[in-house]
Design a protein around this ligand. Structure first.
Ligand SMILES: [Ca+2]
Ligand SMILES: [Ca+2]
Ligand SMILES: [Ca+2]
Length: 185
């Protein structure tokens, strides 16, 4: 057993030493002239279904949603605007197929009214479609996630609605009938 201990030690040391992951130096995605003032809430998703993961994010000055198309050679296109909202402020975005056509759509959690944006394919998107969520009083929707919570194969939406007090904060689940018709559960 005594002879085994140094061997085991070496094996553990070697495993730790050679399993580390190293990353390259940061690569600048946006040229200086393409930078926006208030970027926030970034997501990675293949929006145009070309097998390359694109980048989608919020510009809180507007507010609006933009994406960088992944050009597939380690570079990204300049940002292109997907949608602009007339009022309120953006607080979060989530990405997932909401209408069952296989194209990832975008959910935009706005402080006053929330929306989803249908992915029409080939890097084009619908106008924002109002989401059946009525914020009231001091409550505002702040965080969101898309996922199939009841395992029926249709993506649902989870929203955190914040208020001024912990008692009034709400975690809400909206189930999806598969055609982007949502019901507060
Ligand atoms: Ca892509
Ligand atoms: Ca879709
Ligand atoms: Ca579901």
């Amino acid at each position: 057993m005594k002879q085994l201990i140094p061997v085991l030690y070496c094996l553990v040391w070697a495993n730790i030493s050679f399993s580390q992951t190293y990353f390259s130096e940061p690569i600048e995605i946006t040229p200086e002239e393409d930078r926006i003032q208030y970027p926030m809430k970034i997501h990675s998703a293949d929006l145009n279904m070309d097998s390359y993961m694109d980048i989608v994010f919020i510009d809180d000055n507007g507010p609006s949603i933009h994406w960088h198309q992944n050009l597939g050679n380690g570079t990204f296109a300049n940002s292109a605007k997907i949608a602009t909202f007339s009022s309120g402020g953006s607080s979060d975005i989530a990405v997932g197929d909401l209408n069952g056509d296989g194209l990832p759509d975008i959910f935009s959690c706005q402080i006053e009214t929330s929306y989803w944006i249908e992915n029409l394919g080939n890097g084009t998107f619908s106008d924002p479609i109002e989401f059946p969520l009525e914020n009231s009083g001091n409550n505002h929707s702040f965080e969101s996630a898309i996922g199939d919570t009841n395992n029926d194969g249709k993506n649902d939406i989870i929203i955190i609605e914040k208020s001024g007090s912990s008692e009034a904060n709400r975690w809400m689940l909206f189930t999806n009938d598969g055609n982007a018709n949502f019901t507060l559960t």
